[in-house]
Design a binder for this molecule. Sequence first.
Ligand SMILES: [Zn+2]
Length: 271
Amino acid sequence: MEIVPGVHSIPVGAGPFMGFFAPNVYLVVAREGALIDSGYGDEGSVSSRIDYVKGFEQFSLPYIVVTHAHPDHIGGAARIKKETGAKIVLHSAEARQALISADKVVEDGDTLALDGVRLEVIHTPGHSPGHVCIYLKDERILFSGDHVLGMGTTAMRPPEGDMARYIDSLRKLLDYDIQMICPGHGPPIREARRKLEELIQHRLEREEQVIGGLKQGKATLKELVADIYPELDSRLIEAARGQVLAHLMKLEREGKVSSLGTGEDARYIIN
Ligand SMILES: [Zn+2]
């Protein structure tokens, strides 16, 4: 499906995140093009992506640009590479930990120049250390991977997830002129600036809740999660723990909080 001229969204059906939560795979089409993320690697769904790419005449695919190395984004890359000859592109910090090796390693500010289109690499660490967003400058479109989602909140799983870097990476995007965000999950976002400001605000409010809980004497991760998310579905507890721990680690690094002990027993106090 062409969502704006030259940018297609290819449906990904399989895997644990079905329907609305399925990962998005985008295809940038000019004389040459690029796949942005590759979805899962299961045969059933990856072959439909290969068919989609091969459906264009007079078109070649030099790159599969992977925003980050989580399986719902990189899973299909090796198989699609085999069929198309495209190079797998990852940021250096992500290439170090990816299960699939990169053919081209990029850094913040690099440009991938293709015949008919230019892709700018923006390093946006936080959700993962080498997460990148891809910016189509002429079209003012940002492919945001899991850094900005079309719905819900980006997961933070320390130590991989880093809240301070995540918030800095959201602020970094405010400097770009963005007409539309194409996220890694969920529908496109038209009001990019407002979305970015909301996400920053949401994280800062959550941080205030963590500080508030600590001031009331809640000292362990378990107590803080129960305080901040009182009626949480048990399936979401792990995700909530990741978010709160990421805030605590940010506050500790900023010198606002100290921790005693490790793991489940770790206790946190306001400095
Ligand atoms: Zn992810």
